[in-house]
Design a protein around this ligand. Structure first.
Ligand code: FAD
Ligand code: DHB
Length: 389
């Protein structure tokens, strides 16, 4: 079998890239080690930058998002017992879209199915080969039989634990990493959100986030210990803890109900450089991870896709390699700015074991500055809605 672009990974970055390529008439195959239902069972991102919204529209996958997604013009930073609104729209003229990664992935899978493009699920032992030469290919095992697909390029869209980055020789790649000393415990429940906008709370007991998926489905998080276990957290304990970390008016208004998903995610900043190795490109979480506090991971995956798609379109349309040659540098510039923002928002909003009384005072001063200086809140809002591509 042969295709132009072989895409490893059927998460948001692989599916979005595949759909943009298909629409541009560039043949591609997506391969994933797990199945569709498993991918759709993962509960992750909830906030889309408008650039991501635009790319989903361009991919022809935006209809349900516009019908069911919730455009948000601001969010609250809660500390000292009250809300301090960051007026995203007033400060930047832009907004974000609250729409779950699960739904977005579903929509991209549906448009791909309708386009007739090939997706191979449940493939074992997927391996990229010869990407430093002129004839790359991917092998995989399915139902006990080994298959080979030849291609022009390989897009490694296979997430942080994928095979693509691991296939690059160690001396060709540089990793930058920061691991945070806490995790996020998240629950999903069919209860109305406590407020119309997201609440990011800084509290002496730790960070909390109130987000949502719809007017009737809430997504809530609390900072927890890294070695904590989901089994330690009954719904009752979770909601008691969440309430304690919120301003009184929200604590009192909070409606609780049984959760149907509960998981703990560790927090990490990670960047691999470069993002291109011959005919192999790393895209999205395969190349970088950010702590979720700034809501940037999925959006960075989308901007990587944008740069790579532009490069591939130029390559096939105009026989120019300029775009693919520039991919890594262009993508990394934006990646590092989001890595910086995600790190700074994480540092601002969480309790660290070694914060101490000095660190505590600095955090309080920064929160006060951010919420009372138009210049500072504009900088925060500009990063949150997404820097330009
Ligand atoms: P993935 O979604 O990880 O997809 C990779 C795919 O590759 C998977 O389907 C996997 O099965 C497949 N794969 C892996 N290994 C192999 C292999 N060896 N062979 C074949 N296939 C393979 N981001 C935001 O922008 N906003 C948010 O609000 C936000 N909130 C988050 C909250 C939480 C709790 C978490 C955990 C993440 C959040 N993120 C957020 C981050 C976001 O979910 C990720 O950045 C996003 O999933 C990246 O997409 P991806 O397609 O690059 O990788
Ligand atoms: C959600 C997750 C985030 O990390 C964030 O910053 C905002 C929202 C969410 O899951 O809804």
């Amino acid at each position: 079998m042969r295709t132009k672009v072989m895409i490893i990974g059927s998460g948001p970055s692989g599916l979005l890239l595949g759909q943009l390529l298909t629409k541009a008439g560039i043949d591609n195959i997506i391969i994933d080690r797990v199945g569709r239902d498993y991918i759709l069972g993962r509960v992750r991102a909830g906030v889309l930058e408008w650039g991501t919204v635009g790319l989903l529209d361009e991919a022809g996958a935006g209809a349900r998002m516009h019908a069911e997604g919730l455009p948000h013009d601001g969010y609250s930073l809660a500390f000292d017992g009250r809300d301090h609104r960051i007026d995203l729209h007033g400060l930047t003229g832009k907004r974000v879209m609250v729409y779950g990664q699960t739904e977005l992935t579903h929509d991209l899978m549906d448009v791909r199915d309708a386009s007739g493009a090939t997706t191979i699920y449940d493939a074992q032992d997927v391996q990229p080969h010869d990407f430093d030469g002129s004839a790359p290919y991917v092998t995989y095992v399915k139902d006990g039989v080994t298959h080979r697909i030849d291609c022009d390029f390989i897009a490694g869209c296979d997430g942080f634990h994928g095979v693509s980055r691991k296939s690059v020789p160690e001396n060709a790649i540089q990793n930058f990493e920061k691991v945070y000393p806490f995790g996020w415990l998240g629950v999903l429940a069919d209860i109305p959100p406590v407020a119309h906008e997201l609440i990011y709370a800084n509290h002496p007991r730790g960070f909390a986030l109130c987000s949502m998926r719809s007017e009737t489905r809430s997504r809530y998080y609390v900072q927890c210990d890294l070695d904590d276990k989901v089994e330690n957290w009954s719904d009752e304990r979770f909601f008691d803890e969440l309430r304690r970390r919120l301003p009184e008016e929200h604590a009192q208004a909070m409606i609780t109900g049984p959760s149907f998903e509960k998981s703990i995610a560790p927090l990490r900043s990670f960047v691999a450089e470069p993002m291109r190795f011959g005919k192999l490109f790393l895209v999205g979480d395969a190349a970088h991870i950010v702590p979720p506090t700034g809501a940037k991971g999925l959006n960075l995956a989308a901007s990587d896709v944008f740069y790579l798609f532009e490069g591939l379109r130029e390559f096939y349309g105009e026989k120019s390699e300029a775009g693919i040659d520039a991919y890594s540098v262009r993508a990394l510039k934006r990646v590092w700015k989001s890595v910086r923002f995600s790190w700074s928002m994480t540092t601002l909003m969480h309790r660290f074991p070694d914060t101490g009384n000095f660190g505590q005072k600095i955090q309080e001063a920064e929160l006060d500055y951010l919420t009372h200086s138009t210049a500072a809140s504009t900088a925060m809002a500009e990063n949150y809605v997404g820097l330009p591509y």
